[in-house]
Design a protein around this ligand. Structure first.
Ligand code: ADP
Ligand code: MG
Length: 143
């Protein structure tokens, strides 16, 4: 079991000035921030990140949304990080998300759902390396 996951505070989170509230929730849930940056995704970068969804009907909309403004990728550490973070954010569709989850609290739709969380240890490692170099993780955290 890995102890890392990748979060992205998506463009709607940044646009709505919710970075502070969402980071507070993440900290209160016991996650340590290993690395964090604000960046605007290009079509290539967003397309690479969401490669698995490229045949889905919502892919083009997803690309437009994810490149619409800056987002905030965050590498997180906690025991059982992937599953615990998915629990903290709630279901993809905020209508189905549990009370108190980040998506239930802040998301407006299944697409504009505020935050990304990796879905497996394998993808967490790939996704963290999509945004952060080994050197950055090392310099920030000493390992
Ligand atoms: P999750 O982010 O919960 O892992 P998915 O990996 O299935 O969800 O989808 C990636 C992202 O694509 C979602 O977070 C959401 O922004 C968008 N998305 C997923 N399903 C739909 C849909 N049916 N219609 C529009 N956008 C969607
Ligand atoms: Mg997913």
């Amino acid at each position: 079991m890995s102890n890392r996951t990748l979060a992205i505070l998506k463009p709607d989170c940044v646009e709505k000035n919710l970075i502070g509230q969402v980071v507070q929730k993440i900290n209160e849930a016991g996650f340590k921030i290993l690395a964090m940056k604000m960046t605007k995704l290009t079509n290539d970068s967003a397309g690479g990140f969401y490669e698995v969804h490229k045949e889905r009907p919502f892919f083009n909309d997803l690309m437009a949304y994810m490149t619409s403004g800056p987002c905030v990728p965050i590498a997180l550490e906690k025991e059982n990080a992937v599953a615990d973070f998915r629990k903290l954010i709630g279901a993809t569709n905020p209508e189905n998300a549990e009370e108190g989850t980040i998506r239930k609290l802040y998301a407006e739709s299944i697409e504009r759902n505020i935050v990304h969380g990796s879905d497996s240890d394998e993808n967490a490692a790939i996704e963290i390396s999509h945004f952060f170099s080994r050197k950055e993780l090392l310099e920030n955290n000493g390992f």
